[in-house]
Design a protein around this ligand. Structure first.
Ligand code: ADP
Ligand code: MG
Length: 585
């Protein structure tokens, strides 16, 4: 059986399925739909995220309820507001040819009286989060005493989130004869016990083996030193220019920190965690869906609602505390038949966890190396060539062409290509030129680590109109040291601090030796004390590994001499670095 018609679905549903563009039922749909249509039974269905579980219960429910009656006949419980809205939306699409069907979403953070009003109009199906549902039952705003079907969707997630008592409470308001359908990606013992407690001889179906990861996801791990974690993440992103990813951190704090660093480094990133207001979270999710955000850094809890197809990579910046959580993380990619990659950044001491996860997901990981600077440069260059090739010409520029042609007439094609690529590419090239390889035994400088970097004082601050971002832009432009050279910029009212690799200490001092900003003498000094004053010993040890930076230094010095000629070119430099940050989509 590989066709929806053979599952016993009604013509109205088949028409809706045609409109949706679903060609063949997924495995869980093939198994669950005929059982649910032909029997009045409890059901436990285990299948990975992204395998089409919503339709597996949604089609049968719509077919089985009486749309002529206004009675509430089915309740679907789901863990988050996001999912609740998604399921409601999907069900409305499935039921588009059922004229009198009314599906209502019930969730927190929105007007309860409005939801009550919608239900009073007659909702045959209610899709709810447990918290709000319990609340409304308590206030007698909803009556579920006559429901025929109750779906516990993403049961493992609901239990993870501590909804056990709410669910028990909710079910006590329903009648004993209803049928319960439980859908879950994994089967921890809590789910098994809820099945035992609330269900009668459920039919069990399992797609893939229990707790198994999606077939479409490959798993990779990268072993690095703890302090290289962030740089490793950046390299993974740089090596995949089209990345559209969720990056998992363990805590809200790390989530926020990593997102901020990525933004600071010019990536389209954003954080998603529980300290954001619902409104902020909605905005972040909207930007992610529309791909304005390429890298969404999230906690496990906050990522629960994420149901975006097309995610290319899941990156485990840190492994979860509980290995089972890995299944959920990696299930965010490889959805709806697409391929996905789940990457794990670990330290040597965590390697044994990989074995544990392999057992759970029943798949092996590939150990891979963090791409080298050279590899990344090559990828970026080819990516640029590809996007130039695929770019549609914008004819609004036609009117300026004569002028442009005039300006560039002395260059032949080869020279033009070289120049064009240099405009976009130099940023990566400079950044990776002197960079060390990242591997578990390397000692390349991570910027969360202070060894080998010098902290400077500068006598400008927020009173002079600087934020950390604008000061960093100014410093980067002035020092011309590449993408990550300036960091830990800390802006106070009338002065600020920043870090630069200690090998560049003299250069920094030289650049600011005789420097004015808005008519004021700018003073830059090495701070004494806590961070990286640069002991002689450490500097010597560092030297070897940084050799390749030396040639880079002379080159950039030469460039500086040109741009030192006038303040205007300096400004242009700053501006273009700001533009570049904005432009990178
Ligand atoms: P799950 O609940 O198992 O995580 P969903 O029900 O959210 O998965 O489905 C994931 C995606 O797959 C959705 O975008 C959905 O529209 C799509 N989908 C579901 N069934 C099919 C099908 N038979 N053919 C193609 N796409 C499908
Ligand atoms: Mg689902």
């Amino acid at each position: 059986m590989n066709n929806f018609e053979q599952l016993g679905l009604s013509p109205k549903l088949l028409n809706a399925i045609l409109d949706l563009g679903f060609e063949n039922p997924s495995e869980v749909q093939q198994q669950a739909i005929p059982i649910l249509l032909e029997n009045e039974t409890d059901l436990v269905a285990l299948a990975q995220t992204g395998t089409g579980k919503t339709a597996a219960f949604g089609f049968p429910i719509i077919q089985k309820i009486d749309t002529e009656s206004k009675q509430t006949q089915a309740l679907i419980l789901s863990p988050t507001r996001e999912l609740c809205l998604q399921i409601t939306n999907e069900l409305q699409l499935y039921g588009k040819y059922e004229k009198s069907l009314n599906v209502v979403a019930v969730y927190g953070g929105a007007s309860i009286t409005e939801q009550e009003r919608q239900i009073k109009r007659g909702a045959q199906i209610i899709v709810a989060t447990p918290g709000r549902m319990k609340d409304m039952l308590g206030r007698k705003m909803i009556n579920i005493s006559e429901i025929k079907y109750c779906v516990l969707d993403e049961a493992d997630e609901m239990l993870n989130m501590g909804f056990y008592e709410d669910i028990t409470d909710i079910l006590s308001h329903s009648n004993k004869n209803k049928k319960t359908w439980l859908f879950s990606a994994t089967m921890p013992k809590e789910v098994a016990s809820i099945a035992k407690e609330f269900m009668k001889k459920p039919i069990e179906i399992t797609v893939g083996s229990k707790n198994e990861g999606s077939k479409n996801v490959v798993h990779e791990y990268y072993t690095v030193n703890g302090r290289d974690r962030y740089n490793a993440l950046k390299r993974l992103a740089d090596a995949h220019p089209d990345i559209f990813s969720v990056i998992f951190c363990r805590t809200k704090r790390d989530t926020q920190k990593v997102a901020e660093k990525l933004i600071e480094d010019g990536y389209n990133a954003s954080a998603l965690h529980g300290d954001l207001s619902q409104n902020q979270r909605d905005l972040v999710m909207k930007s992610f869906r529309t791909r304005q955000i390429q890298m969404l850094v999230a906690t496990d809890v906050a990522a629960r609602g994420i149901d975006v197809d097309d995610i290319t990579h899941v990156i485990n910046y840190q492994l979860p505390d509980e290995v089972e959580t890995y299944t959920h993380r990696s299930g965010r990619t490889g959805r709806a038949g697409k391929h996905g990659i789940s990457m794990v950044i670990i330290t040597k001491s965590e390697q044994r966890k990989i074995k544990q996860i392999e057992k759970i997901i029943n798949k092996s990981f590939t150990q891979k190396e963090i791409p080298s600077g050279e590899e990344i440069c090559q990828v970026q260059l080819l990516h640029l060539a590809k996007s130039i090739k695929n770019t549609e010409v914008n004819h609004d520029i036609d009117q300026y062409l004569p002028q442009i042609e005039n300006m560039l007439e002395d260059f032949d094609k080869e020279e033009l290509i070289k120049k064009l690529f240099s405009v976009e590419f130099t940023r990566f090239h400079n950044y990776y030129k002197g960079a060390n390889k990242i591997e578990s035994s390397s000692h390349s400088g991570d910027y969360s680590d202070d060894s080998g970097s010098t902290r400077f004082f500068i006598n400008v601050g927020s009173k002079d109109g600087f934020s950390w971002m604008s000061l960093k832009d100014l410093l980067k432009a002035e020092l011309d040291l590449g993408r990550d050279a300036v960091n830990k910029v800390d802006v106070k009212a009338s002065f600020s601090f920043f870090n630069v690799d200690e090998s560049q200490t003299d250069k920094v001092l030289k650049v600011f030796e005789d420097y004015e900003y808005q008519g004021r003498q700018v003073n830059v000094e090495v701070t004494k004390g806590k961070t990286g004053g640069g002991s002689r010993k450490r500097r010597d040890r560092k030297k070897g590994g940084r050799k390749s930076n030396e040639s880079f230094k002379t080159k950039s010095n030469a460039k500086r001499r040109d741009s030192n000629k006038g303040k205007s070119s300096r400004k242009a430099n700053i501006k273009s670095s700001i533009n570049r940050r904005k432009k990178k989509k």
